[in-house]
Design a protein around this ligand. Structure first.
Ligand code: NAI
Length: 482
């Protein structure tokens, strides 16, 4: 089997060399095609941070093992790491956090073992980066959560939890506030959970989860989250087991998967051969298991755990009163421990079952066609209008324009209703949401556009959203106080 390898920037080449040295010593049956990717490629004028040859190789091989890459500074420059995840639709980010002996934490000292798998949706949410200024004072971000995106991600989560015999799979969300977006994520979770009746599936509000993770992390096993919440909570979990240096990461896609360390390029220590390769090594072990190379993964993991139990460490962790090893020496210490088992949490060795990678190129986008066919009705429209006037004055102007099809039912500002009822204590910014609901007549997108044109006589209409209903279900939220 051949995989693509990008060493990355900063400490990337040092830790990648150390990890590949360990792989070679363990006789991992892989060959590597080194590809050009990173800030240095960006500096050569490739705006995506990778050469066309690198892109072709990764698409041909289906697996990318990568070191950290620097995001060039400056407005409009996208992170190479985020671009890679999105371009190749690696929809599930998997991070495994486990207690490692020799890495002291509050929990390891208290004898509480941690083993958590955090699964984060990797494409959607605010990471779409769809942002606009409506006025000079008001910025909006469109947080898209889609049914096919959630289903694809959550199917992977349940399948993985089932395969690893998880004792619990938990959906974390904020559906009490974001009833439609996080509500959809939770709905999809519950839908798929019914296909796995033998798995204990439950849900928790994300802020409650944050508290529970720092008080009782051992209660959780597999946790599924949307992108931004998952980003924050996975770093919290890294803290529980000793920091980002011990957190591996896999970005799983239908055709292409990316395995990488979660820390950055550590420019402050780059070129000194003192970086800790553990995070990249653990990511590499996830990759070996993804490829069905169980035997070598177990040999290396047991040797790593044994090495850590011996108190061997690089400069960034461990007992400061003992000598720290450099990157090369640390890798050599792990290799010297091949065949040894850790006193606790030894990994059972299993024979290899190399997987057949799906290396076919997709010919069409199968997520476009929706399986849901509820009847759609337009109930009205929310017009986002710029105004520095008080709510009463804005209402007076809006009331000039509803025409025969619509009624102005409310004005809200930053999600709080300010007309027809409201409080003088509510602060307003200079974008109002004027909600026009349809009278007892059918309305079309054209009637909405006509309304928009009429309202434009008095305001700049910055944006609009249709108020849609699917069957009996309302597809829009109510303002607070409405
Ligand atoms: P960083 O993770 O590179 O460094 C933070 C601190 O942790 C530094 O003191 C560093 O020396 C230390 N550190 C990180 N990894 C280490 C290791 N393996 N061994 C020992 N010490 C280690 O984060 P920072 O400084 O915020 O980012 C630097 C660059 O890395 C930025 O350009 C950023 O965009 C990029 N980055 C790339 C990521 C990726 O490729 N997935 C992820 C995070 C950041």
């Amino acid at each position: 089997m051949k995989i693509a390898v990008a060493k990355g920037d900063g400490i990337g080449p040092e830790i990648m060399d150390a990890v590949l040295h360990i792989f070679n010593a363990a006789k991992v049956p892989l060959t590597y095609e080194f590809v050009d990717m990173g800030k240095w490629v960006f500096d050569k004028g490739f705006s995506t941070g990778m050469t066309p040859d690198a892109q072709q190789a990764i698409e041909r091989l289906g697996v990318l093992f990568k070191g950290p890459m620097e995001t060039p500074k400056g407005k409009g420059v996208k992170s190479i790491n985020v671009t890679a995840r999105k371009v190749w639709n690696t929809y599930a980010n998997k991070r495994v956090f486990q207690t490692l002996h020799g890495v002291d934490t509050v929990f390891s000292k208290a004898g509480i073992p941690i083993r958590l798998t955090i699964l984060r949706e990797n494409i959607e949410d605010t990471y779409g980066g769809i942002e606009h200024m409506l006025t000079q004072d008001v910025a909006v971000s469109r947080r898209m959560i889609t049914r096919p995106g959630c289903m694809q991600f959550l199917r992977y989560c349940f399948n993985m939890a089932d395969k690893q015999g998880a004792r619990r799979i938990t959906c974390a969300h904020k559906a009490n506030i974001m009833k439609l977006t996080d509500g959809l994520f939770l709905e999809c979770f519950n839908e798929i959970a019914r296909e796995y009746p033998h798995l204990k599936a439950d849900d928790v509000i994300v802020d409650d989860l944050a508290m529970k993770l720092v008080t009782k992390p051992q209660d959780f096993d597999v946790i599924c989250l949307t992108n931004l919440q998952g980003d924050i909570l996975s770093d919290l979990c890294a803290g529980l087991v000793g920091g980002l240096g011990f957190a591996p990461s896999a970005n799983i896609g239908e055709f292409i998967s990316i395995f990488e360390a979660v820390h950055g390029t550590a420019p402050d220590i780059a070129g000194k051969n003192i970086a800790n390769p553990t995070s990249l090594l653990l990511s590499g072990l996830m990759m070996l298991r993804h490829l069905g190379l169980w035997e070598q993964a177990a040999t290396i993991e047991n040797a790593l755990l044994h090495t850590l139990e011996q108190g061997i460490h690089t400069g960034d962790f461990g007992d400061r009163s003992t000598v720290s090893l450099n990157t090369t020496e640390f890798a050599a210490a792990i290799i010297a421990n091949f065949g040894k088992l850790p006193a606790t949490s030894a990994v059972l060795s299993q024979p290899n079952h190399p997987v057949e990678l799906q290396l076919v190129k997709p010919t069409e986008n199968h997520m476009l066609v929706s399986p849901t066919h509820a009847h759609e009705t337009i109930n009205g429209v929310d017009l986002f209008v710029e105004s520095a006037e008080q709510p009463g004055a804005v209402a007076e102007k809006c009331l000039r324009h509803p025409g025969a099809h619509f009624t102005l039912t409310s004005l809200s500002n930053r999600g709080t209703q300010v007309w027809p009822t409201g409080s003088v204590f509510t602060n307003c910014a200079n974008v109002y949401t004027a909600r026009f609901e349809k009278k007892d007549v059918p309305v079309t997108v054209q009637s909405v556009l006509d309304l928009c044109a009429r309202v434009s006589a008095d305001f700049k209409v910055c944006s609009y959203e249709l108020l849609l209903q699917y069957g009996d279900t309302r597809g829009y939220s109510l303002a607070q106080g409405q």
